[in-house]
Design a protein around this ligand. Structure first.
Ligand code: AMP
Length: 282
């Protein structure tokens, strides 16, 4: 028999709920999401299930991480079916606040981030990581989970959150999990719902070009040259790339030539009105 999760709408309820679990000696995992759940989100839940006694998933389309020109209004909102999916996996609580709960009238404090937040996404979405860090910080301080799960799909975000948690001495372990993909390689994303049938077919070129570029770099092609070839391949397929770049996978700094540092290849590209991001280890 499936028990529906407790639905929490306020930070004070989130805090009381987690505190009561902790007082019973239970461990707590948090999974922050914007809802419109898919198997990528559910993989985070499944791993949390293995690691902790109680799970709180959060569903909040965070206005602070969207620019006025972006898709805040159009972003899919499917709370009832999200909660059903979470119930089927035995999630104990869902925190789904209204925007006014997270950002009451007069809200004036944000978390500003540098380090791994510099470059890449920030060059194209300057407001983005301040919005993400602020909301994730508020969620972690609201619930003080023992662990919180994030996907490598949003690789720069994962590193920004890790840095923020370390810098603010938050008592939560950040767990990063591999990207879940469709059979043709496309990374699962709530935004894939925006793609037309034709765009959806083209979208599989994005991970394919990432793989080709990574292979070229591994076999000794100069990274700048390989990335230029990759960008040209994306343009030829109908994308408008924002970036395709090789970075140090721990700091996201530009790699030092001929060193043996760990590397990550990251891409963001528009297909019609949809912006897709992806990344792989090199
Ligand atoms: P979102 O709802 O898009 O904000 O994502 C919530 C969490 O799910 C973030 O930590 C994402 O990185 C993660 N996530 C989204 N898509 C995937 C995916 N395809 N595979 C693994 N994790 C994902």
């Amino acid at each position: 028999m499936i028990h529906p999760p407790i639905l929490l709408r306020t930070i004070s309820d989130l805090r009381a709920n987690t505190a009561s679990w902790h007082s019973e000696g239970l461990t707590v995992g948090m999974i922050p999401t914007m809802g419109a759940l898919h198997d990528g989100h559910l993989a985070l839940v499944t791993e949390a299930r293995r690691r902790v006694d109680r799970i709180v998933a959060t569903i909040f389309v965070n206005p602070a991480q969207f620019a006025p020109t972006e898709d805040f209004g159009a972003y899919p909102r499917t709370e009832a079916s999200d909660v059903e999916m979470l119930a089927a996996l035995g999630v104990e609580a869902v925190f789904a606040p209204a925007a006014r709960e997270m950002y009451p009238e007069g809200h004036a404090t944000t978390i500003s981030v540098a380090g791994p937040a510099l470059g890449l996404e920030t060059d194209f979405r300057p407001h983005f990581f301040t919005g993400v860090a602020t909301v994730v910080g508020k969620l972690l301080i609201g619930g003080f989970p023992d662990i919180a799960m994030f996907g490598e799909k949003d690789y720069q975000q994962l590193l920004v959150v890790r840095q923020m948690v370390a810098d603010l001495h938050l008592p939560t372990e950040i767990v990063g999990l591999p990207t879940v993909r469709e059979a043709d390689g496309l990374a699962l994303s709530s935004r894939n719902a925006y793609l037309s049938a034709e765009e959806r077919r083209t979208a599989a070129r994005l991970p394919a070009v990432l793989q080709q570029t990574a292979t070229a770099i591994r076999s000794g092609t100069d990274a700048a040259e390989a990335c230029a070839t990759g960008r040209a391949a994306l343009e030829a397929a109908g994308f408008r790339p924002d970036y395709l770049e090789l970075r140090n996978s721990e700091t996201l700094a530009a790699p030092i030539p001929c060193s043996s540092e760990p590397l990550r290849l990251l891409v963001a590209a528009w297909l019609g009105k949809t912006r897709l991001i992806d990344n792989i280890a090199v």
